[in-house]
Design a protein around this ligand. Sequence first.
Ligand SMILES: [Zn+2]
Length: 363
Amino acid sequence: MPITVREVLNALNQIAPPQWALRDDPIGLQIGSPDQSVERILVALDPDPRTAVQAHYRGCQLLITHHPLIYRPLRTIRFDDPVGQAVQTLCAHQIAHIAVHTNWDTAPGGINDALAQTVGLEEVRPFGEGACVSQFKLVVFVPTAYLDPVLDAMADAGAGVIGLYRRCAFYHPGTGTYEPMEGANPFQGAVGQREHAEEMRLEVLVPADRLETVIAEMKRVHPYEEVAYDVYPLHTPQVYPLGRVGRLPRAMLASELRDYLAEKLGNPYVRVYGKPNAIIRTLAVVGGSGGDYLAQAKAALADALLTGEVRHHHTLEAWARDIVLFEGGHAETEMPGVYALAERLRPLLEPYGVEILTQGGHS
Ligand SMILES: [Zn+2]
């Protein structure tokens, strides 16, 4: 029995939750329906017309790309325009399209972790700006025996994530009291009698966009007819840094590191801006267009920043901030993460008979 686009979206939400995307990044299902069945998926960097044709010729029902196809609302779908052409090919062959963009940059094992691994960084840690998710504190009163099932259900729905830790919660025992009225069907106690129940006060953090789902899941598993719970807005949003910084296997001169990066990325045209004789031990990485992360890389104590492509003002900023800047190529810095995405999806989808292909080169 083939699975549907909906199940693929659920798998992607596990490994790159949508709340980890930067604001206004149009991620998720861009073309197609969640009910379409999927037997073969093409994972690629760009949803350009050639990749759309490739998805068709290789018999795929779904194209997953890092870059979104539709950034701004389309005014027209013209077949002589590259975006219109890709939309036409995908729609004509009923191929669905999903974008996994800055949420995959940020995710553990995503674009920037894969890039850090490709260039051989050690002791890798997140740095810099990223998604800023407003949060709520959800407090629910649970009979002691139901603590774990209720917490599991809430955690599976996206509650209780702090950095790289999941299922984070706090609980404390206490006594709940109530008096069931006529018509009530209490889990514990009887109509007209005061009840004292041993309960846990269970507290979890919930990102704003998961609140409804988490409450629904909590109520589904909680045994009470009427669940007592409180929702508090918090003034502390959770930040998911997008970049990565780590130590090179050995200190290198900037000029030497340029050759090293060219070899690791498979791009002989890696450019270096800044002092060629600077000694670099700590390297920050941001795949794609990460020139705006120079100041944050410096603040994270990096000697240099590697990104995909930079603008002229970034090269001047690098000199001014006394940090070396490497331009490694947009595709070259992101392809390791595209292959990593396919690898992460395989164990989740192959058991359902789904075949996952990757694009054949990006040139
Ligand atoms: Zn990119």
